[in-house]
Design a protein around this ligand. Structure first.
Ligand code: GDD
Length: 445
């Protein structure tokens, strides 16, 4: 797989290299681990640090000067992203943002191939591909720099995680000196490397589309009728995509970037890894929105964002308070707290490491720690809603308490009520539930 005309050749010929970006948003059958929050809003549109998860990806993309077109590719209904795209168009005026809908889940590379004509319109030379369910500083310009310097065909963003966590991700073996990817294995059974795939890639368009085509050809030549489609979203459900030999189109179009393309690309001399030392987390479970919220708020704080709440005696930075929310000046907030539109926080309340969603009410002297308070939910006075902190390195939102695995983050779904003086600890509470007594380590259905 070699480039016919390298990036450098094109560049030195005076033709400026254009870049496009694709953000993989998945669809409604995915994101089940994000329940109960995904019952009311598609995961990519869930607010962390005052903005939808997808907004943070776009904010990173717009910092790459050569990108003017972004495609959100997924299989949600057309209407799902309409308002978001309208708002984003005015916030990111340099970007044209379009949603391309797959007729079914086509896999992480199938959608790219299906929409290749749209993506390749205007002859972009490079293509960023971002998983939407990660939270990171997205060092896209640094990846681009490496891509140019190495005259690469592909650059993958990698980060180091603990040995125990590594097998939950794609694992990369690379040459320490050249940073070339030597070997790539998706969610290996045993330990291979603690350098993992962050779900952010930069490809030469001359390399990625022929690679997908080759993968499709290999698939067509192979007689197998059943292909497992492993993903951390459906590990629990062990889902399979069954192919009907009569329908070659459908069979051929489901392509996984990780299993079908990246392992093969490691054979190419032009595949490199850019290792980030900055923050990176997956946003899979609903609870993982809390560490993501903290990381994006800290980033905004370090960048001196004016969107954060101004300093005050009862604000421990960083804190985001929507301009329509009402927070009593005697309530103490932070660090790492986001308060959504029209939410109210009463006198003497204490909120730390939490997300309070639209129209929620936290009454006076209530305490909310390591929790998500759902849309329109009410937390009574003198009550306590709390989760537990998780070590950043374990990339999980469960903890072991008295030998039992429990949720580290407490989540109240939409329109839940917690009575006055009630204590809720490490629980997930489905929408519309009323909690009138103390509960701990439970899923309340
Ligand atoms: N358009 C589209 N179509 N998007 C999809 C599809 C699909 O059929 N399937 C998944 N996605 C999107 C998801 O919404 C998510 O943003 C991203 O692709 C990856 O999702 P998964 O397939 O569930 O993979 P994963 O999260 O278990 O693992 C991937 O990401 C890890 C980093 O977070 C892999 O790339 C791992 O190697 C990687 O470490």
């Amino acid at each position: 797989m070699s480039l016919q005309v390298s990036y450098r050749e094109k560049h030195t010929n005076g033709v400026s290299a254009t870049t496009k970006a694709v953000i993989l948003v998945g669809g409604s059958s995915r994101g089940t681990r994000f329940r109960p929050l995904s019952l009311d809003v598609p995961k990519p549109l869930f607010d962390v640090a005052g903005h939808p998860i997808l907004w943070h990806c776009l904010a990173a993309v717009q910092k790459v000067p050569s990108i003017h077109e972004v495609y959100l590719i997924g299989y949600y209904d057309e209407s799902v992203f309409r308002d978001f795209i309208k708002d984003a168009a005015s916030e990111f005026p340099n970007l044209s943002i379009k949603y391309l809908r797959e007729y079914q889940a086509l896999g992480t590379a199938g959608g790219l191939y299906h929409f290749r004509d749209a993506i390749l319109k205007g002859r972009p030379e490079r293509l960023f591909v971002l998983n939407s369910d990660v939270c990171c500083s997205f060092p896209l310009n640094e990846m681009l720099k490496m891509f140019t310097e190495k005259d690469a065909e592909a650059v993958i963003l990698g980060t180091r995680v603990s040995e125990e966590a590594a097998s939950n991700f794609g694992c990369i073996v690379s040459d320490n000196h050249t940073r070339r990817v030597l070997h790539y294995v998706e969610k290996p059974e045993g330990h291979i490397s603690n350098l993992i795939n962050c779900g952010v890639y930069l490809f030469s368009t001359d390399a990625i589309f022929p690679s997908i085509r080759s993968a499709i050809k290999r698939r067509t030549d192979r007689p197998s009728r059943l292909m497992s489609y492993p993903s951390s979203d459906n590990l629990m459900e062990s889902s399979f995509v069954e192919y009907d030999n009569d329908d070659e189109t459908e069979k051929n179009e489901v392509i996984r970037l990780e299993q079908d393309i990246l392992s093969d690309m490691a054979d190419s001399k032009q595949f490199f890894v850019y290792e980030t030392k900055d923050f990176w987390r997956q946003i899979k479970t609903a609870g993982s929105a809390v560490p993501a919220n903290a990381l994006y708020l800290q980033q905004a704080w370090q960048n001196g964002s004016t969107q954060l709440a101004p300093a005050g005696p009862n604000i421990i930075q960083p804190v985001f308070i929507h301009h329509t929310a009402h927070v009593d000046p005697t309530a103490k907030l932070g660090p790492n707290v986001s308060i959504g539109p029209r939410a109210t926080v009463g006198a003497g309340a204490r909120i730390k490491e939490s997300i309070v969603l639209e129209d929620a009410e936290i009454k006076h002297d209530a305490c909310v720690l390591y929790s998500i308070i759902g849309w329109n939910s009410r937390v009574g006075s003198w009550s306590r809603v709390e989760g537990s902190p998780t070590p950043v390195a374990n990339h999980s939102t469960t903890i072991v308490k008295n030998g039992v695995k429990v949720q580290s983050i407490t989540i109240l779904g939409k329109e839940c009520g917690v009575g006055d003086e009630v204590r809720v600890q490490n629980c997930i509470c489905l929408p519309f539930k009323e909690l009138k007594r103390d509960v701990a380590n439970e899923v309340i259905m």
